[in-house]
Ligand binder design. Structure first.
Ligand code: PFF
Length: 457
């Protein structure tokens, strides 16, 4: 008990309200918006998929995020420790452990894609990304992702960068960096949108994004959309529980979550607007899958004046976006080792980075030497993505919702979510409580079972 109190006095947190938004939004915004959202929308038929994704975000993603904030701030500990403290001696902390496994799996393939993005930024800056048509765009991508050492080295560099910032701590590392980078990201994205909207095929692209065709929706699509809403808002992993524990007592937890959710949706739509017009004007297939971003964007900027400059700006923007997300993912195992195992931050970071580098290399090599290596019919890259977004995160989401709704219960939830009655949001909090107690767990279970083919709807 004494050592626990000592630890809590020393514990670092975010310094300002702006810092809280920057760090949490910095975690939410990332490759999910610029890479995953567009290619999943492309593969699953466009606007109808976006519609299901939005519903999952309102009914599941947002309530789970608010729950994680409540759990983290109430316990004032990182993800696993929060459950241990609020439910001592009970197995609830396995939720935190499942989250940590997801964080490591996501980080493993996230750094692969972030490595490609940094490599593209570098190529664009040095003028060596010469793409003139769909064929040369595909070739440029395959020659990077399909080789062995170059993408590995980029992946390790990206991981080293995230690790260095994490060693800087919560305020001096995470908060300081995300506060500087986020505004730059928004401005660059708007610039790219303006360019994309002036392409000749822009209206086709916009139609695809905004005109739903509901015949495209199946049980699998709904599972994909649900997985994306977890991935997008960084929930079911323990990041938002950990960040919640760094949020000051005067901040509004539901308010922060709502702001993050809406801003994140806006960024995804802006990214879609930057990408889909190009897909249609250059005759690419919207179903190109994970490489979609790398095929389209070089072509968007290729033919315009100062195209190389904009191309470089876009990939710099995306590189920036990856950083806040990677920091939050890495913070999950680091804060666990630091707080639960008493390791110092440096050793905890180095150990986590090594595990991620080893696992992550297999994700990167899935595009080259490990291309034919399949487990459960999936490449290592796809398997890590599928396991985390479509199984572990939703499963953890069920327990997080139940934990807030029943184990903590209405009294504690009102207390935390209204800042002891000081915020005028009681009505909103009662809706939230109803959702986490009844709707979200049930919705996740049904979607999981039907997406996995266990039940037929
Ligand atoms: N939300 C991030 C993105 O959309 O790129 C990815 C992510 C970060 C997922 C942190 C999960 C997480 F815990």
């Amino acid at each position: 008990m004494i050592s626990l109190q000592k630890q809590e006095v020393k514990r670092e947190g975010f310094g300002t309200s702006l810092g809280v938004i920057a760090a949490t939004l910095g975690s939410a915004v990332g490759l999910g918006n610029i890479w995953k959202f567009p290619y999943m929308t492309g593969e699953n038929g466009g606007a109808a998929f976006i519609f299901v994704y939005l519903i999952s975000t309102f009914l599941v993603g947002l309530p789970v995020m608010i729950s994680e904030f409540i759990i983290g701030r109430r316990a004032n500990r990182a993800a696993v420790g929060s459950f241990k403290k609020l439910a001592p001696g009970r197995p609830w902390y396995f939720t935190g452990i499942a989250g940590m496994v997801s964080a490591i799996l996501i980080m493993a393939f996230y750094t692969t894609v972030a490595g490609w993005v940094f490599a593209y930024a570098f190529k664009a800056i040095t003028g060596s990304l010469n793409v003139t048509d769909a064929e040369s765009a595909k070739q440029a991508f395959n020659s990077l992702a399909g080789s062995v050492w170059t993408p590995l080295i980029w992946q390790w560099l990206v991981l080293a960068l995230a690790s260095t910032i994490i060693i800087g701590g919560v305020r001096g590392g995470i908060e300081r960096i995300t506060k500087t980078l986020l505004p730059i990201l928004f401005v660059l994205l708007l610039v790219c949108d303006i360019r994309a909207l002036t392409l000749s095929g822009a209206s086709e692209g916009l139609k695809f994004l905004f005109q739903p065709d509901f015949s495209k929706i199946t049980g699998v699509t709904v599972l994909m959309a649900l997985g994306l809403s977890f991935f997008k808002l960084s929930v079911g992993v323990g990041t938002m529980t950990t960040y919640g524990s760094y949020i000051g007592k005067n901040e509004s937890l539901p308010g922060t979550a709502v702001k993050v959710m809406f801003s994140d949706i806006i960024v995804s739509i802006l990214a879609g607007i930057a990408i889909f017009p190009a897909v249609f004007s250059f005759g690419l297939e919207p179903e190109s899958g994970p490489p979609l971003l790398f095929f389209t964007i070089p072509m968007v900027f290729n033919a315009m004046p100062l195209g190389q400059v904009f191309l470089a700006l876009f990939f710099i923007l995306t590189s920036i976006a990856t950083i806040g997300a990677m920091l939050s993912l890495l913070e999950v195992p680091v804060s666990y080792l630091h707080e639960e195992k008493n390791w110092n931050r440096k050793t905890a970071t180095a150990a986590s980075a090594l595990v991620i580098a080893a696992l992550g290399s297999t994700a990167t090599l899935s595009s080259s030497v490990l291309a034919d290596f399949k487990l459960f019919d999936k490449s290592m890259f796809d398997l890590m993505d599928f396991m985390s977004s479509n199984i572990l995160m939703p499963a953890a989401g069920i327990f997080i919702a139940l934990f807030a709704g029943y184990k903590l219960g209405p009294r504690v939830v009102y207390d935390e979510a209204t800042n002891r009655g000081r915020l005028a949001n009681r009505f909103f909090v009662s809706i939230y409580l109803f959702i986490v107690r009844f709707i979200a767990p049930l919705a996740i279970i049904i979607v999981l079972l039907s997406g996995l083919g266990i039940i037929k709807l």
